[in-house]
Design a binder for this molecule. Sequence first.
Ligand SMILES: C[S@@+](CC[C@H](N)C(=O)[O-])C[C@H]1O[C@@H](n2cnc3c(N)ncnc32)[C@H](O)[C@@H]1O
Length: 229
Amino acid sequence: MDATGFKRGSDLLRRHQQDEGRAGEFTLLDRTWDLLDGVFSPTYTPVTELFSTWLPYPEGGAFLEMGSGAGVTSVIAAQSGCRTVTALDISAAAVENTRRNIERHQVGDRARALHSDLFSALSPDERFDVIYWNSNFAEAPDDFVNETDLHHAFFDPRYDAHRRFAHEAPAHLTDQGRLLLGFSSIGNSALLAEICGEAGLAVDVLRTERRSPDPDTTLEFQLLELRPV
Ligand SMILES: C[S@@+](CC[C@H](N)C(=O)[O-])C[C@H]1O[C@@H](n2cnc3c(N)ncnc32)[C@H](O)[C@@H]1O
């Protein structure tokens, strides 16, 4: 295992834990957002901003955001012409946070947030034009345990959830539906490619950008498409 991803994920987790009790507001993409304790903060890393800006939102279509966190991308999707937006998260605090931002930005007529371990809250016949996850790609030791909901924002030991995502998502896509993943250079690209291969998917890179979120760290952020082969 390359230790860089685990160190970066652990540093971010620690910063979030130090922030406990300091929930409030933040500004991103010219909008103000609520942030609750225990929820992934879009202010410590450029992922949320980059991917929310790059995503090909399906105008007039159905958009599913896996792991919505504070709900920024789901609200932007609803404001970008999607007919319906479904936001799912395994963290109850993230679901509540997404609901608050849906309400704050008045998109409740077309956006909903559900508590869900991957696709478990959906009925089997629900289909989407785009399914997207800014995933918990930071590498972790195989025996690492996600002790709290917040841990799930950063780590997916053995990429078990990524494996389930790659296998289960295609059944929830429309005929022309697209499966997208927000990833970065601290993720395990080789393991992701292996998992996708097992699920009959190829990994295409749609867009990348190098950024230095901290003075001593330069990362490449990647929007990936998982395409049937
Ligand atoms: C890197 S954070 C991204 C949050 C938000 N989408 C953003 O861009 O700011 C990953 C999110 O995925 C959620 N997540 C992790 N495992 C999950 C699972 N099995 N089912 C649903 N959501 C999950 C986490 O709780 C977290 O909110």
